[in-house]
Write a protein that binds this ligand. Structure first.
Ligand code: SGN
Ligand code: CA
Length: 506
């Protein structure tokens, strides 16, 4: 009897501490931060010491991809655990139906305190959050406005990346500590037009960045790649993007919102560069390469504050004694081109923009320093967090939980990643869908031009050789077409299914 009671007592204590011990969740989602810009992924420029530390203390996903490589669609995918055709947010002109289910709502219903701070970009008001404070649209870097929960707008002095962290820690300080929390911190950095904090402007002046091997890609055999509008050579603007002419109106609100001190710091930095540039009278490749160096300097300098602020959040969690029971995630809304194929921007299913950085730390259950090469997705984050929190995963979520893979080394039930991109507008990337396995990628472009692409990722990591018409790959092509159809059916993507069925009848 005595034994039974002590057992019961122990069970109650365990049960109680379990209830208390549901993990807290911090998700930092940056904007357009390329995985190849991060030290832990092999980048040599020391731009991300805090992200690298996070990777050392947690798991680095080497093959994490997004369902649709664009800000709004990616965030909608993260929230709902579903592809764009299911959550309704297909391109940046969509409006998010906030009444639908999300992993945040599930956590909230299960007793979590929830918040979203910073870039949101889903147009409608966030739902399922105890607190939110978001940038309108893209937001701006200097002295940005925020939308409050009562719909008022508030201009906050300072640099966006710092401010977003300040608001986040302030909410965490005031939260209901009897509950576990889930906070999503959405940064503006490193989105176009890559405006560094004033302290970081000179950070990369002494670095000359080598051109990616395919910088001068001729896009042979790849119609959509040849017909985009996102090259450093033609699309990137000297004034607007590279700050060579802010007074002509090119800088728009990003410059107009600066206070005199910020403006002075920018002028002091860019004026001499502008003067030198004017004297050089560059043309042709020399001009394109000069633009590339400026792009890289601005991009990496902008990422420094992002990394510092990831470090600030890590320190905050540590200082509050929350480190061991907090799942800490760093990711971006998609990858980005840093000159590969001659490009900036994203959207294409090629790896640089299809993949995204993903680092997850949970000292209690995830082995420090782990590297995970499994194919995982942004839409898996919600289901994974739900399982971690002991909340049932809604059946209609299409992402899958990574939790057993991470904590019990169980194999993940996925051999391919399905992708579907829709927006045919700015940057002129044709709509396409496809599937990627660890070895191959097949892509079906549609819209104003139908085309197939097939890549052998083992032999051609940079995806330069479209093998869809190569006789030696006929069998692979047919198998990958079938694999694609299977994925489209699995995810119930009727637009893709219809196109594929027509293709296969031909
Ligand atoms: C803006 C940018 C584009 C970028 C989209 C989408 N132009 O429109 O270069 O592709 O955002 O980015 S800008 O002149 O406004 O900078 S996303 O990350 O929000 O999807
Ligand atoms: Ca983005």
């Amino acid at each position: 009897m005595k034994r039974f009671f002590s057992f019961l007592l122990a069970a109650l204590v365990v049960g109680h501490s379990y209830a208390q011990k549901r993990p807290n969740i911090v998700i930092i989602i940056s904007d357009d931060h390329a995985y190849q810009a991060i030290g832990a992924y092999g980048n040599p420029y020391h731009a991300t010491p805090n992200m690298d530390k996070l990777a050392k203390e947690g798991v680095l996903f080497q093959n994490a991809a997004v369902c649709n490589s664009l800000c709004g669609p990616s965030r909608a995918g993260l929230l709902t655990g579903k592809y764009s055709h299911k959550n309704g947010f297909k391109d940046n002109h969509s409006t998010f139906d906030g009444s639908q289910d999300s992993f945040i709502k599930q956590l909230h219903n299960a007793g979590y305190s929830t918040a979203w701070i910073g870039k949101w970009h889903l147009e409608t008001k966030p739902q399922g959050f105890d607190y939110w404070k978001i940038l309108p649209g893209q937001g701006i870097y200097f002295n940005p406005s925020f939308i409050n929960m009562d719909s008022t707008r508030e201009k906050v002095k300072g640099y966006a990346t710092d401010i977003i962290t300040d608001i986040s820690t302030k909410w965490l300080d005031q939260r209901d500590t009897s509950k576990p929390f889930c906070i999503v911190i959405g940064h503006k950095a490193t989105h176009r037009t890559w405006m560094p904090d004033t302290a970081d402007l000179r950070a990369y002046d002494n670095v000359t960045f080598p051109l990616p091997a395919n910088f001068y890609d001729n896009y042979e055999g790849r119609y959509a790649a040849a017909h985009q509008d996102m090259t450093i050579e033609k699309t990137m603007r000297l004034g607007y993007d590279l700050k060579m002419n802010p007074d002509t109106g090119y800088g728009k609100e990003n410059f107009l919102s600066m206070n005199p001190a910020q403006r002075k710091a920018y002028d002091n930095y860019y004026n001499p560069i502008r003067e030198e540039f004017d004297k050089l009278h560059l043309t042709g490749r020399a001009l394109t390469e000069w633009k590339y160096q400026r792009y890289m300097r601005d991009y990496y300098a902008t990422s420094l504050s992002l990394d510092r602020n990831v470090g600030r959040m890590m320190q905050y969690i540590k200082d509050k004694g929350l480190e061991s029971n907090t799942i800490f995630i760093y990711t971006s809304d998609q990858g980005f081109y840093l000159g590969e194929h001659g490009w900036f921007d994203k959207r294409f299913m090629y790896d640089e923009s299809f993949k995204t950085p993903l680092i997850m730390r949970y000292p209690q259950q995830i082995k420090a320093g782990a590297k995970e090469s499994q194919l995982v997705m942004n839409i898996d984050i919600g289901p994974t967090m739900l399982q971690a929190a002991g909340v049932p995963i809604p059946k209609d979520m299409q992402g899958i939980s990574l939790w057993n893979m991470l904590t019990k080394k169980q194999p993940l039930q996925r051999d391919a990643i399905y992708y579907h991109y829709y927006e045919f507008g700015e940057h002129q990337v044709r709509p396409h869908f496809g599937v990627r396995t660890s070895k191959y990628k097949i892509i079906r472009f549609y819209g104003d031009h139908d085309a197939w692409e097939l890549y052998d990722l083992v032999k051609d990591k940079s995806e330069m050789h479209n093998l869809s018409d190569d006789a030696a790959y006929k069998k692979v092509f047919t198998e990958m077409q079938q694999r694609l159809l299977k994925a489209a059916v699995q995810y119930d993507d009727s637009l893709a299914i219809d196109l594929l069925k027509k293709d296969m009848l031909q």
